[in-house]
Ligand binder design. Structure first.
Ligand SMILES: Cc1cc2nc3c(=O)[nH]c(=O)nc-3n(C[C@H](O)[C@H](O)[C@H](O)COP(=O)(O)OP(=O)(O)OC[C@H]3O[C@@H](n4cnc5c(N)ncnc54)[C@H](O)[C@@H]3O)c2cc1C
Length: 485
């Protein structure tokens, strides 16, 4: 593969006036005017109206000022921006839905390549496939697909981008029935570090395709994904709230593991928020806020959720037949939580483990604190671990711990609580799901991949991105190449 830029472009005129990011941009001698002339999409400079909004990411407490924000219109723009980053050496941030827990989708002083204007979706209902540009959110894709009675599984939140979610794996409401999002990824188009637009699928660039299914944004900028779709129209699902005693939590997990694969569950153990559907006497008390989705016939779905209703008298029972997109709850537009978290896998949640969960949650006074339990297995677990870069196929339960914080001092307190909680739950290795990592350092990125997976990823990184151009991510540094390799 040639690493030469086929269309070398230099951008040397006057720079833009603005903040620290803008002066860094000017130092490189790059002209905003020239960029505007050359790109099909929008170029947002620090002194433009809309700059502050465009640099805001989902997670709160991140205040970074890119030298320029480029809202790419198409793959040609993406290739140009990748080349610009390579030529200038400026840090490149890639943003799809902006939900990175580590704040990786905005750069301080570098280039922000924002894909949110690339949202084309072509659904082939007959073949049950879709080509989706990566600026789409999970909610947008799911709503459009539902018009054909079809779905591809993403996560639990509609505003999450399909870009970041897919490249890390994708664990959601169809995980037990149809696997991870990447298990439905048929092909991708990707701009690699040399500025080329490549196709990656099982036959074309198969190593790149393998790496992109779990290896995150390390290998290039994905511009389009082709997904397999499934017939999913009316599901039985929604919210079920139970009191969170150790017995209830343990019984919930046992039922979730015994349930048919059509049923995927997410159980959030947390103090009850003051929501209208939670009776006042429960506010602040520990609850199991469970989300259930049965992707199959309605009658069978009603049978599958019945044992959960019988675990304890529900505090709220909103399970019902519904359209699949309704699983994505309404979201507040300007919501930017400051949160510390820890993601891990466990294999058992029996009564003792459930008691540990309750004790830790009771010991904290964080305004929002949660232990999220996702029972895995089913179709996800049948894919061989070496088939994709997401390799934790045999792990039975994903646990995500989180606490909201208010300012740096509080952050330290909440972080200590999360780490202590995680230590209390640890079973076996310290594996992690890359998409739920925060900015936690290189060792935690290593935790996301077993050694053989990591070594293969690093070797593929060395081929496609030897200078680590794509480094503002959960980074997999390129393997050091010995001469002759
Ligand atoms: C509220 C919330 C709920 C979540 N729920 C789930 C869930 O249920 N299941 C689940 O699996 N995950 C879930 N996640 C995690 C989520 O999958 C990751 O945070 C993911 O990275 C977000 O993708 P994004 O495109 O929105 O984020 P971005 O911040 O835009 O992207 C994250 C990173 O991914 C890379 N990236 C994004 N798009 C591209 C692209 N097109 N090409 C190359 N690299 C790219 C970049 O490195 C970027 O820094 C959730 C996160 C949040 C905040």
């Amino acid at each position: 593969m040639s690493l030469e830029n086929k269309n070398p472009k230099t951008y040397r005129e006057s720079g833009s006036k603005g903040g620290a990011g803008a002066s860094a941009f000017a130092r490189e001698g790059i002209s905003i005017a020239q960029l505007r002339a050359e790109l099909n999409g929008r170029v947002i400079a620090p002194d433009d109206a809309g700059y502050d909004q465009a640099r805001t990411v989902f997670i709160g407490g991140i205040d970074r000022r890119p030298a320029v924000i480029i809202r790419a219109a198409d793959a040609t723009d993406v290739a140009r921006v990748v080349s610009l980053a390579r030529e200038t050496g400026l840090e490149l941030a890639v943003r799809s839905g902006g939900h990175s827990g580590a704040g990786h989708s905005v750069s301080d002083g570098g280039i922000l390549l924002d894909l949110t204007d690339m949202r084309a979706l072509h659904i082939d209902a007959e073949r049950r496939t879709a080509w989706a540009e990566t600026g789409l959110t999970a909610g947008e894709y799911t709503t459009a697909a539902a018009a054909y009675g079809l779905a591809t599984g993403f996560g639990d939140t509609g505003s999450v981008g399909i870009g970041g979610l897919t490249l890390g794996g994708g664990v959601g409401y169809l995980v037990r029935k149809y696997g991870l999002t990447i298990d439905d990824l048929l092909a991708a188009e990707v701009v690699t570090a040399d500025g080329q637009l490549l196709r990656a699928d099982a036959r074309t660039n198969p190593d790149l395709f393998w790496a992109m299914r779990g290896g995150g944004g390390n290998f290039g900028v994905a511009t389009r994904f082709q997904f397999r779709m499934h017939e999913v129209s009316t599901i039985v699902g929604g919210i079920l709230i139970l009191p969170a005693t150790p017995d209830v939590i343990a019984a919930f997990i046992a039922e979730a593991q015994a349930a048919p694969e059509e049923l995927s569950t997410i159980a959030n153990i947390m103090p009850a928020p003051p929501m209208p559907f939670v009776p006042v006497e429960h506010h602040g008390q520990l609850i199991v806020m469970a989300l259930l989705a049965y992707a199959g016939a309605v009658e069978a779905g009603e049978r599958a959720v019945a044992p959960f209703r019988a675990i304890a008298t529900p505090i709220a029972d909103m399970l019902k037949p519904m359209g699949y997109p309704e699983m994505f709850l309404p979201e507040e537009g300007d919501y930017h939580p400051t949160v510390v978290g820890h993601t891990m896998f466990v294999d058992t949640i029996d009564r003792d483990v459930a008691e540990t969960i309750v004790e830790h949650l009771q010991a904290s006074d964080a305004a929002v604190r949660v232990a999220q339990l996702r029972v895995l297995g089913g179709a996800m677990a049948r894919v061989p671990a070496e088939a994709t870069a997401y390799a934790h196929r045999e792990r039975r339960i994903m646990v995500n711990l989180a606490a909201f914080y208010d300012g740096p001092e509080d952050r330290a307190v909440r972080e200590a609580w999360v780490m202590d909680f995680a230590a209390g739950l640890r079973q076996g290795d310290s594996g992690a799901y890359v998409n739920f990592l925060g900015d936690e350092g290189a060792a935690r990125v290593r935790d996301a991949y077993p050694r053989p997976t990591w070594e293969r990823l690093a070797a593929i990184k060395a081929r496609y991105d030897p200078t680590n151009l794509f480094r503002l991510n959960q980074n997999i540094p390129p393997a050091i190449q010995t001469p002759g390799q």
